[in-house]
Design a protein around this ligand. Sequence first.
Ligand SMILES: *Cc1c(COP(=O)(O)O)cnc(C)c1O
Length: 394
Amino acid sequence: MTKNELGFETRLMHQPNFIDQPTGAVNVPLHYSSTFHQNSFDEFGPFDYSRSGNPTRLALEEAIADLENGTKGYAFASGMAAISSAFMLLSAGDHVLVSTDVYGGTYRLITQVLTQFKIEHTFIDMTDLDEIARNVRPNTKVIYVETPSNPCMNITDIEGVAKVAKANGCMTFVDNTFMTPLLQKPLDLGADLVLHSATKFLSGHSDVVAGLAVAKDEELGKRIGFIQNSFGSILGVQDCWLLLRGMKTLSVRLNQSQDSAREIADYLHHHTEIEEVYYPGFSFHEGYPIHARQSSGAGAVLSFRLPTKDSARVFVEHMKIPVFAVSLGAVESILSYPATMSHAAMPPEERAKRGITDGLLRLSVGLENVDDLLNDIKQALEAVKQHALKAEHV
Ligand SMILES: *Cc1c(COP(=O)(O)O)cnc(C)c1O
């Protein structure tokens, strides 16, 4: 059987480089070496210096390239390092189109760092293909997509965007952090580059900060590799190893969390204290038909709106199981408050435009017993209700 005939789950743990040939060790060795001895004066081996290449990192980079159906993968010190390095493909005077509801750190990079290098941007509603086409300029080089978007789970048609991009000679970059290649493969849909915060579902255990980039074609891949080596924000050996270990269980973790997220989303949707639930698995979600076409699941992250900041605070203070923290995609459920966490870098009026109100909470569902999670949510919402009643009587 050739590699590509194997199912995704199998490919997660069986990659050509995973078994150490000299010893048979079933885990990639930690090659803690900054430099590599050259046996020949004239001909150097495949590795010379670890910024340029390291065998442990290479095993990870080849694995993610295979899993995303790309040609070349690269591992970076964080998701933001991967995203920043990708934007280094651009030059002064270039323009990018970006989803309005892009990740807060990417928003900060685009508005406060790339502007210093005269890279222009327009934030647009990526759910509207006509709006994209209207905003493309002669100097537009990249259309930057996140789908589902964070935290309101808007859906962008990756294939549609890639077509507009190709017609206008630009590249499509997709941040695939929320879906991972288990659920969505942007390169198969026409994207040129996939980016990941591997800190999230790919590693899955809240123990690593890491980023990955995978290019569809060899040429673009080489350009990213050149930037990785020039800029130097590589992922360290130990973190490569932890990420490789985490990725082997991606499908069991994400499938389980996804099942629980579905139950929780249904429960919240029917609860009177909740104003709105954002979850791309609802058949009545605006982007559902597109999401169902381009991905194989709704993922394990959902957001929901309580009426006020006060009610959000009471809810958080009463929840016992999830950690209250930034980040997502871990074995433990993570409850977060986008207004002051993931989107703190965004001014309040910009947050309001994107639906990130003071009552909005995001839940990344982990691997706890789902009934425990539901009971926890139930009692916290009861506390919210009692608190509101008390406030009415003051
Ligand atoms: C967390 C995150 C990032 C940034 O990744 P880091 O690993 O924290 O640098 C980028 N995009 C999305 C969608 C994220 O959730």
